[in-house]
Design a protein around this ligand. Structure first.
Ligand code: 4UW
Length: 583
């Protein structure tokens, strides 16, 4: 028997499958009433600038009219692949205004990690076929370098508006801005949103977002996220939390209740995009947007806006626990829950956090880009440190051993495979990865997560999923993905590197960091190991973004262990490294 959501989780309501995310968020006939009554959807944490839900709706409409004129995108013709817009920006209050305007036109938004350098941005622009880019002043130079290389003209590079405290006094050298489009759009003719012409089920194949993930192996791949995937997970998350919300209303003696959530995590990443933004706005909550991680500003903003729900990744929680003296200077009593995910949160760290903030609920969620986020999460009434909580309604999960045999017992580790309306249709142009990742079981199509888990009962008596290890070739550093294959391919272009394997090694602050094991090219023997090591690290530093640096170091080895078919035995290297670290 597969595992499913526990009995306390309400049954999942039907998932609308013939509308866009934008319609779902604004159209009250889909049960979406809270957005218009809610707190302002997005507020800039630095300047306090904000728009009401009605204003956001208008901005989406006007922006889509102006973009249609500017880019020639017609809502009633062409596929989403003819209407790809890239967003390479730090978080702003208009990130989703842009996404929803593109959806109105029947296009898709490819979300680019704002930490990327020009080479990495170029790869995604080319792979996604983006026709235009929205960026922000701090990232303009990087954008121009990449856009030139892929042939996107300067006049198709636009700017998101951002508070001047984040732009470092830089001036706009003449790019059109999102605000200017909104203003211009007010005077342009209106049109029917693209999804008005969609047939039943079309929302399951029409793509809303293209985010990048390396999946279980290889280079970063475009994950095609359908409109219905975002809608499904948004409903699944809110459904999971409905008891919590009802308890809160009862405790406060109110019939309506909305709160502020922290929008610090990148909106370009699935955690920020779905969990922090879409699911909060659907609930009627407001998101306080911060473009950058500045510890003191973060504490100030929590205090000023009386934020109730924190969304963080484990390194940020460790930062909190190690900064007791600073933290004490702020009033953080508004916080009710601190949510963490994207990488494991140690039980000790959770306990440390609680020792400082005994009233906070420390909750964990687990999910992937490919499941369009949350698979399971802990709830206030069922917290178990170390576990990632119970499956959301609509999920079925199977745990399999390396031979594909199903494990049904508790506490026996195996690979987690999941089925859910939020599981994406697949990777862009990558049949091999699709065949390996999305597999058929008797009862339907499952995603093999590449994560090792155990299922066990929580002290409260509900089935929980605990992530015990990672089977796939992925390094998670500060919540960001690093694909070992990407670093290996790059390192092989270094003249002194004959062969290489990259693995993640544990790091207290970052969770994991990449480490390279290098087989030297014969000619490089002359150079001292220390010099060569530094040179190789610099080679990554120069060409890759900061979080991909070889912070775990470089070690020289004689041979990279490989299977008879030539596959790198990465796990062997990792196990050896773990043994070494224990000593
Ligand atoms: N514990 C251990 C975890 C955990 C984890 C993810 O970059 P992606 O594709 O996606 C994410 C998603 C983060 C996320 C999902 C649901 C949720 O509730 C939440 O927040 C609270 C965050 O990071 O990377 C997916 C991979 O990241 C690892 C795991 O290996 C997974 O396959 N991962 N969450 N709680 N590991």
């Amino acid at each position: 028997m597969p595992f499913t959501a526990p009995s306390w989780v309400p049954e999942l309501p039907p998932i609308p499958d013939s509308i866009s995310v934008e319609t779902f968020m604004f159209d009250e006939s889909y049960g979406r009433t809270a957005l218009s009554k809610s707190k302002a959807p997005f507020t800039d944490g630095a300047s306090g600038k904000t728009y009401s839900a009605l204003e956001v709706k208008k901005r989406v409409d006007h922006l889509s009219r102006a973009l249609s004129k500017e880019l020639g995108f017609k809502p009633d013709s062409g596929s989403e692949w003819d209407k790809v817009v890239a967003c390479f920006s730090l978080n702003t209050i208009d990130y989703l205004t842009l996404a929803w305007a593109v959806h109105r036109l029947g296009g898709l938004l490819t979300c680019v990690n704002a930490a990327y350098n020009a080479d990495e941005l170029e790869y995604q622009l080319k792979d996604s076929g983006a026709k235009a880019i929205f960026t922000c002043l701090p990232l303009l130079q990087t954008t121009m370098t990449a856009s030139k290389k892929v042939g996107i003209n300067k006049d198709k590079v636009f700017l998101m508006d951002m508070d001047k405290s984040f732009t470092g006094g830089a001036k706009n050298p003449g790019h059109k801005t999102l605000d200017e489009f909104v203003q211009a759009g007010a005077g342009l003719p209106s049109f029917e949103p693209a999804d008005k012409k969609w047939g039943p089920g079309e929302g399951t194949t029409r793509i809303a977002f293209l985010c990048y993930s390396s999946g279980t192996s290889g280079l970063p791949k475009g994950v095609m996220i359908a409109h219905s995937n975002v809608i499904a997970n948004t409903i699944q998350i809110c459904n999971h939390e409905s008891q919590d919300r009802a308890d809160m209303k009862k405790k406060l003696g109110v019939s309506e209740y909305t709160e502020y959530a922290l929008g610090l995590l990148p909106l370009s990443h699935i955690y920020g995009l779905v969990v922090v933004s879409h699911s909060r706005l659907y609930r009627g909550d407001g998101v306080i947007v911060l473009p950058k991680y500045d510890f003191k500003q973060l504490l100030q903003v929590i205090q000023d806006f009386k934020i109730v729900m924190l969304y963080l990744v484990p390194p940020m929680i460790i930062h909190l626990t190690k900064s007791r003296e600073i933290v004490k200077q702020y009033d953080l009593s508004s916080v009710r829950a601190c949510f963490t995910g994207a990488a494991p949160l140690g039980k000790e760290t959770a306990e440390d956090l609680l020792s400082i903030f005994p009233t906070w609920a420390v909750r964990q969620g687990y999910g992937l880009t490919e499941t369009c986020t949350v698979v399971c999460m802990t709830m206030t009434h069922d917290i178990w440190f170390g576990s990632s909580g119970s499956l959301l309604a609509g999920y079925t999960a199977r745990v399999i051993d390396p031979d594909g045999k199903e494990i049904t017992e508790y506490n026996v580790p195996g690979e987690l495979c999941v089925k859910s309306p939020s599981v994406v249709p697949g990777y862009l142009r990558n049949q091999k990865a699709n065949d390996e990742t999305f597999v058929q079981f008797d009862d339907g199509r499952y995603m093999k997560t590449g994560d090792e888990v155990i299922v066990a009962k929580s002290p409260q008596g509900y089935e929980h999923i605990t992530i015990t290890d990672r089977i796939k070739e992925l390094i998670k550093t500060k919540g960001h993905q690093v694909a070992p294959a990407e670093l290996e391919a790059h390192l092989l272009t270094h003249p002194a590197v004959n062969d290489v394997v990259v693995i993640g090694v544990p790091s207290e602050r970052e969770g994991e960091v990449p480490k390279a094991f290098v087989v030297k090219a014969p000619g490089s023997i002359e150079e001292s190991d220390a010099l060569l090591r530094r040179d190789i690290m610099k080679y990554v530093e120069k060409h890759k973004t900061d979080y991909k640096r070889l912070r775990g170091g470089v070690e020289f080895i004689d041979v990279v262990p490989k299977s008879p078919s030539g596959k790198i035995l990465r796990r062997l290297m990792r196990d050896k490294e773990r043994e070494k670290m224990k000593k």
